[in-house]
Design a protein around this ligand. Sequence first.
Ligand code: GLY
Length: 386
Amino acid sequence: MLTRPDVAVVGAGPVGLAIAWRCAQRGLRVVVHDPAPGSGASHVAAGMLSPVAEAYFGEHVLTGLLAASAARWPAFAAELAEAVGTGFGYRTEGTIVVGLTGDDLAEARRLWSYQQGLGLPITPLRPSELRDREPALALRVRGGAVAPGDHQVDPRRLVGALRAAAEKAGATLVPDAVGALSDVDAGVTVVAAGCGAAALTGLPVRPVKGQVLRLRAPGGDPPGFRHVIRGYADGESVYLVPRGSGEVVVGATVEERGDTAVTAGAVLRLLRAAVGLVPELAEYDLAEASAGLRPGTPDNAPILGPLPGQPGVLAATGHHRHGIVLTPVTADLITELIVTGEGNPLLTPFTPDRFTGDPHGPGPFAGARTPGPAGPEPTSEEDRWN
Ligand code: GLY
């Protein structure tokens, strides 16, 4: 490209490509840098759009952003499908959460009580209702609940669709690796490089390993269940994501380490939990075992917005366990910021300045939000914690 781009996006995962698509739609000249588009965390991700089942204790501010993004998914999916003329495995059957043993059910119930307390849509089911909805569940399963608004999409197909949409809208993909932000010449640079954002920006993004299996139903049939099934099975947490193609994604470990080795122990635990909940999975082919690196942050929330001390650089990273569900809201808010110069209030809790420029993040006793060089002083105790 001869003319200087308005926007350079570093990273062609779903978040980077969706930002490129949205910016190109607004008439901006966009370049996306990535030597291997879609080869990061999204290549391994299951694609659950789970604002409810992934609403965890102590993360209610993040849960608000998950819910805001999940609410955008139906229109986002429809617009993307219209733009590229292909599907990407977007499915809306909902999610069932189960406990295999009494102890597992007690753990599941505690979390869904918390989620109900936040006003989130999750409804306990009697065992007979559970089996009416999903006959493939093991008879041993003690109970469960349904989160009808927790959907799914196939991240590998999503990357293909977003890439096609971004290019169709005028964005250019350049297959080069960006070693330093000073190598990029653009009006605005958006760092959407997942774990790679740490080296480029000094932001406290760390790899959190997830090992994931892909099973395949025999004979080319679709899987024998339609919902995403999340569960606790003899103390193991597992999720099962059925695809129309016959694939079932089984995930995932959560490990504080940065390698991508697949270990026998993790495969054993995932398979034991999966087959414990849905016995027919024992007959499926084991098609793939892989590991990816989630971009984790000190507060498990994404880092979105201007990088303090680096004019013209925006972060869109640190999506940890939620990159796929957060793709629409991230793309919309970052594009709005670029086009209007105004930060949407939804961004406020997630801006980079909460980490004060210390590459290791705030110390263990630091406040959840501390003002950085570009951040305003909180005006009240409520602002400080929101
Ligand atoms: N959101 C699923 C995972 O991180 O494993």
